[in-house]
Design a protein around this ligand. Structure first.
Ligand code: TNX
Length: 523
């Protein structure tokens, strides 16, 4: 018989234990596999047994008949091939899957979510399964992080490659997992944008919002208004030569992103932030006089002439041409920081601009200032001002993308010593970028109205790819995990350990990441 004291102690223990900890979903196993995974998958279970070993005869077997799946198969072969001479073979999977190979399958799994996936690694077989190619692509990103970082050095792959047995079942928390790149303040050429796409794809980001116009530059060729790019694209912050994408180059970026399951979201900021357009066409100005090009970093001084018909003809042409080049559903109209209009003028303008976007088959997105204007049912609000009142947006039942500046603005400095970046929204050390949750910040919004999270990178102080990488890595990993991983089970100590494990891979990829003192970097 246990003593009365022991029974009481046990009772007390269980009572305390159950009070102290709210019910949590099962935590992913924190043995070897998860320690390298960012963002954290929903479920990770280590399995027993010897590892699966990749040899020269290992095949990649793919569900037949889908060119996207075959393409992902080739990416897998590229990742796992250890001899330049004999790439792993990619083949249509037979009805009976033989042992010894990797199987990439389209098929139903534990979750119907199209971006979900499952990975099963056993001693004699590896299977990646997803309801759609996007899920398979994410499975491959996870598999990549299960391989030693040395695989990133093509010529010096460790042989043999092996994978520890594990089962992963993963699905994203939010549909919108965005990164934003401002190519207007400083222009970035297509090779830089492609590298950016490659890097963000590793974190399962699925939207790239490109800011294509601003006071300092117009960055996309518009055939019906050629001076926009030719003149409006001819400078940038600091007075450099700027530049623009031809429509063919833009279409290539869209396709490059789509191959990595990233949707390009173009932004033409209006009615403010329009000096480059106003400088290109005098008739867009209320007084008919074109201002000079601008290469400073002030905001709020420019606006389209909202009472002229030509303004809406201009917008219709611009939106039509860009919409035709952009398969994604969204068109971002900016709408931020307008100081030269009355609220009535502003709201009327936003209403018309939104209808133009709608007429060209896209959903309008605007920065949170548009929350006061009438919104169409499909319009989306992007929350950015830390103190913005979201109650009106909630009442209008608009969907919201969360980009609170004091957490997600990648152009804020990490600390006083960061050589580039701004600080108007505060310093954002790495941990600050991670330790928050969209539902907590958006208390006035019903959780189901939160479409997802996006991290903007404004480029007033950013001129090179090295600059981009310094500010984006590691903070985008924090935003990606907030956007992808279940809220419960996500915590700083685990996250910082897993990010520390990326150091060797990021170094191998030549990423100029910031070695935040918040992390114990493994090399
Ligand atoms: C505010 S965020 C802006 C941008 C600047 C950025 C700099 C937003 C909608 N407007 O025009 O580039 O701050 O951090």
């Amino acid at each position: 018989m246990p003593s009365r004291q022991a029974v009481l102690a046990a009772l007390l223990f269980f009572t305390l234990a159950s009070c102290a900890r709210p019910a949590r979903p099962p935590r992913p196993d924190v043995r070897i596999p998860t320690q390298t995974l960012v963002p954290l998958p929903a479920v990770v279970e280590a399995r027993s047994g010897p590892p699966f070993t990749i040899t020269a005869t290992t095949k990649i077997l793919v569900t037949p008949g889908d060119s996207n799946v075959r393409r992902i198969g080739l990416l897998a072969a590229d990742l796992l091939t250890f001899s330049e001479q004999s790439p792993l073979v990619v083949e249509d999977a037979p009805a009976e899957i033989p042992a010894g190979h990797l199987h990439l399958a389209i098929g139903p799994g534990q979750s119907p979510h199209p971006e979900s996936y499952e990975i099963t690694i056993a001693t004699d077989a590896v299977s990646l399964r997803a309801p759609s190619p996007a899920g398979l692509f994410y499975a491959l990103q996870t598999l990549r992080q299960l391989l030693p970082p040395a695989v990133e050095h093509r010529a010096a792959r460790p042989v043999p490659l092996s994978l520890e047995p594990v089962h992963i079942a993963d699905t994203p928390r939010y549909a919108w997992r965005g990164a934003m790149l401002d190519v207007s303040r400083h222009f970035f050429r297509p090779p830089d944008v492609k590298r950016y796409i490659d890097l963000i794809a590793m974190l399962k980001i699925n939207r790239l919002h490109l800011v294509l116009s601003n006071d300092q530059g117009w960055r996309l060729e518009i055939k019906s208004w050629p001076n926009l790019a030719r003149h409006g694209g001819s400078t940038e912050v600091g007075g450099g030569p700027g530049g623009y994408y031809t429509q063919a180059e833009y279409a290539q970026l869209v396709a490059y992103a789509a191959d990595r399951f990233i949707t390009i979201v173009p932004e033409i900021d209006m009615p403010g932030h329009t000096n480059a357009a106003l400088s290109s066409y005098p008739e867009l100005n209320c007084n008919g006089v074109a201002p000079a090009l601008y290469s400073g970093i002030e905001v709020g001084f420019s606006t389209l002439c909202v009472d002229k018909d030509i303004t809406y003809k201009f917008l219709d042409d611009v939106v039509r041409e860009i919409a035709a080049l952009t398969p994604g559903q969204w068109f971002h109209i900016g709408g931020d920081e307008v100081e030269k209009l009355t609220p009535e003028q502003y709201n009327r303008f936003i209403d018309r601009a939104q209808r133009i976007v709608d007429a060209h088959g896209k959903h309008a997105i605007g920065w949170d200032e548009i929350g006061g204007a009438p919104l169409l049912p499909n319009s989306v609000v992007q929350h950015w001002r830390p103190k913005a009142d979201l109650r009106e947006v909630a009442a209008k039942r608009a969907k919201v993308i969360m980009s609170p500046a004091h957490r997600t603005y990648l152009d804020m400095k990490y600390d006083e010593a960061t050589p580039i970046g701004l600080n108007w929204a505060g310093l954002i050390p790495f941990r600050t970028a991670y330790d928050w949750d969209p539902e907590e910040i958006a208390k006035d919004l019903p959780p189901q109205s939160i479409l997802g999270v996006e991290a903007p990178l404004w480029s007033e102080t950013i001129a090179t790819m090295q600059d981009i990488e310094l500010l984006v890595f590691p903070r985008l990993a924090a935003i990606a995990e907030i956007a992808w991983s279940p809220r419960l089970g996500r915590e700083w100590n685990s996250f910082s350990r897993r990010v520390g494990a990326q150091a060797a891979r990021w170094s191998a990829l030549g990423i100029n990441f910031y070695r935040s003192p918040d992390v114990d970097w493994k090399h």
